[in-house]
Design a protein around this ligand. Structure first.
Ligand SMILES: *Cc1c(COP(=O)(O)O)cnc(C)c1O
Length: 420
């Protein structure tokens, strides 16, 4: 049963309640390897389901455009103070609705339309909002994009520097969605300083690792830090912008009134709860366990002949090029889903295939680590992935079903917050 229980929802809208129950069960029964996903605690779930959703609070604490903020202000202030303490930043804004609008606020704060932004190309592991062509950020701004080296699968910072010196961006993004390696924030900061650009570190994927001390921090290097709150940070769907004191005011003005109206107060409260959880010593253990699990899974996949972009991982994420296995990413991901293993198909750098039918799969360990799986289970997981990929190539549905049964049996011993 969904936890907390939803009896009023079931009475009012059984159709939605049934779907919610089924989704909770599905989440419980699948091995969640999508690296941008996690399981929030029941406390975070409770916070998102509160009467705070009823309240309008345009503005910031003590500077609101509506009355009745006596209790909203302390909630938002707690979230802001906890973010500042956890990451060690001068300033935090917890109002962005999600990662994409948070990034758009950075453009609004520091660029005019047509100005140059530099970011990692989406098919190389960047994010749409870092200037990719189909995004507003690629349409309304002049975008130059860097990638990874073909031979190493890693960002070549000499190339980034050359590109920056030639193109003179006003804003540089580092970070992305499919980067299995540590981001060198000091090196990006040096390049940004050389060309007079604002450096924005988009740590959406790795915020929890940074908070837990399992990845270096961009603080002191990037003037602006953008993050979602729902990935490794294990909070509700939402985002935060953090910065040094100098860039604070421009960011706040860009979020409100530049881009958004009222903040989602129920989300703000849940962010505050997640930040409190992330400040616990156990969260440090969690962050390090995420990395240890990813490393163990990567080693086990390598032993089974999988081709990993960059040859492995430093963080929570593994990008697999399936070309050598004779199958594309999409049919593999679909077969794995039938086998109870949930991940996503993904482009790999220099992918000869189309983005909607690419060569790779992307997987990560934030969710399974929350669930309590450890390094000892990673070889088994690799065996199942290998088996399901092979079965997909051979059209062996019986083998896929056998794996699904084994997955369900394993997971029965690992509770999931949100399902009891
Ligand atoms: C997930 C992600 C985003 C966007 O977040 P949404 O909440 O999906 O809008 C932005 N940047 C990076 C690097 C991300 O991984």
């Amino acid at each position: 049963m969904h936890q907390p229980a939803v009896p009023h929802l079931a009475a009012t809208d059984p159709e939605i309640a049934d779907l919610v129950e089924a989704e909770a069960r599905r989440q419980h029964e699948k091995i969640r390897l999508i690296p941008s996903e996690n399981y929030v605690s029941t406390a975070v779930l409770e916070a998102t389901g509160t009467v705070l959703t009823n309240k309008y609070s345009e503005g910031y604490a003590d500077r609101r455009y509506y009355e009745g903020q006596q209790l909203i202000d302390p909630i938002e202030t707690l979230a802001v103070d906890r973010a500042k303490a956890l990451f060690g930043v001068d300033h935090a804004n917890v109002q962005p609705y999600s990662g994409s609008p948070a990034n758009l606020a950075i453009y609004l704060a520091f660029l005019d339309p047509g100005d140059t932004v530099m970011g990692m190309a989406l098919p190389m592991g960047g994010h749409l909002t870092h200037g990719w062509s189909v995004s507003a950020t690629g349409k309304w701004f002049r975008s130059v994009q860097y990638g990874v080296r073909k031979d190493t699968g890693r960002v070549d910072l000499d190339e980034v520097r050359e590109l920056a010196l030639r193109e003179r961006p006003k804003l540089i993004f580092c970070g992305g969605t499919a980067i299995p390696r540590t981001i060198d924030f000091p090196a990006f900061a040096e390049i940004a300083a050389e060309v007079g650009a604002v450096l924005a570190a988009d740590i959406a994927h790795i915020a929890g690792l940074i908070a837990g001390g399992a990845h270096p921090s961009p603080v002191g290097h990037a003037q602006v830090i953008s993050t979602t709150t729902h990935k490794t940070l294990r909070g509700p769907r939402g985002a935060m912008l953090m910065s040094d004191a100098e860039h604070a005011k421009a960011l706040d003005k860009a979020v409100f009134p530049g881009l958004q109206g009222g903040p989602h107060n129920h989300t703000t409260a849940a962010i505050a709860v997640a930040l409190r959880e992330a400040a616990e010593p156990s969260f440090r253990d969690y962050a390090h366990a995420v990395v240890a699990n990813a490393n163990a899974l990567a080693q086990a996949l390598l032993e089974r002949g999988f081709d990993l972009v960059s040859g492995g991982t430093d963080n929570h994420l593994i990008l697999v090029d399936l070309t050598s296995k004779g199958i594309a990413g999409k049919p593999a991901a679909k077969a794995l889903d039938r086998a109870g293993i949930e991940l996503n198909y993904n482009t790999v750098p220099f992918d000869p295939r189309k983005p909607f039918d690419p060569s790779g799969i992307r997987l990560g360990t934030p969710a399974i680590t929350t669930r309590g799986l450890g390094v000892e289970q990673m070889p088994v997981l690799a065996e199942w992935i290998d088996g399901a990929v092979r079965a997909a190539g051979e059209g062996d549905e019986a083998a896929i079903e056998r794996i699904a049964a084994e997955v369900a049996e394993l997971l029965a011993g690992y509770p999931m917050p949100g399902w009891a």
